[in-house]
Design a protein. Structure first.
Length: 278
């Protein structure tokens, strides 16, 4: 069984978009596409984990019930989609996780760092997640990119600790679910969603999932809400590189994800734990 995490964030949250959008322009729109996403999950008999930016729940609290009532899970993606390796975020973290806990009635047991910004500088967050009784994290990409990644990290789920981010720590209390990767032209690359779903031929991603299944490894896949509902994204003037990474083939994201959900079984992290316990 594979794992599906939907990073529910708005059009102005992506790392490469933030510098080009003034805060006064931050008009939430992605909540308008939630029904479309839930309908896709219902159609493909898929349960998912929604890694939610908390501020969107504050602005539209009805989102929570819609996600939970349809059998999906809610998890924490910070309150404002800030990188977790900044000094300011560390100072605000206790307040953020408390606010999110109140917004979700203590339902969240999982975390994903925006832009996969879990690294040596931000490893402290694993200790904090342990203190707040979180069960898992999904912020490690076992491949190196220009923006993130640990090329030597485990591919299989493992116990992570602040002292050991890449390998299993027997004393760790948080389970890490690394993002799906593959090899392309002899190099490790992410294959678990986002830009790579839009950029790579779907056959390569399907082969990566099959390879994981052959080795009995759950493939962890992610997709952004705005990639599935691009019709709600306003026109944004971005430099060529930022525009390519953020929007290349975005009109194909929905269909490509649907194809994967039809061909493979995906579930939420919560259901994965329950199935393991049973």
């Amino acid at each position: 069984m594979n794992l599906l995490g939907i990073d529910f964030e708005d059009w102005y949250h992506p790392e490469l978009v933030k510098p080009y959008v003034k805060e006064i322009q931050h008009e939430p729109r992605m909540y308008k596409g939630l029904d479309k996403i839930i309908d896709l999950l219902r159609k493909t008999d898929t349960h998912a984990t929604f890694f939610m930016v908390g501020k969107l729940l504050e602005d539209n609290p009805e989102i929570l019930d819609k996600i939970i009532d349809n059998g999906h899970e809610i998890a924490f993606h910070t309150m404002n989609h800030d990188r977790i390796d900044s000094t300011q975020f560390k100072e605000n973290f206790q307040d953020e996780i408390q606010r999110f806990s109140e917004l979700t009635n203590n339902k969240s047991k999982g975390f994903r760092a925006p832009t996969f910004s879990l690294n040596q500088k931000s490893s402290w967050i694993i200790d904090e997640l342990e203190k707040t009784n979180y069960k898992y994290d999904s912020s490690i990409v076992p491949a190196k990119t220009n923006m993130y990644g640990f090329p030597n990290a485990e591919k299989t789920p493992y116990k992570i600790s602040s002292k050991c981010l890449e390998k299993d720590d027997p004393d760790g209390k948080i389970i890490e679910f690394p993002i799906l990767i593959t090899k392309f032209l002899g190099k490790k690359i992410p294959a678990g969603g986002g830009f790579y779903l839009r950029f790579l031929p779907t056959k390569i991603i399907k082969n990566a999932i099959k390879n994981y299944q052959k080795n009995e490894i759950p493939g962890t896949f992610y997709i952004h809400s705005w990639e599935l509902t691009p019709e709600f994204i306003p026109k944004i003037a971005l430099p060529k590189k930022e525009n390519f990474v953020t929007f290349h083939n975005i009109d194909k994201s929905f269909q490509r994800l649907e194809d994967l959900l039809i061909d493979f079984n995906f579930t939420s992290f919560e259901n994965f734990f329950q199935n393991k316990e049973n």
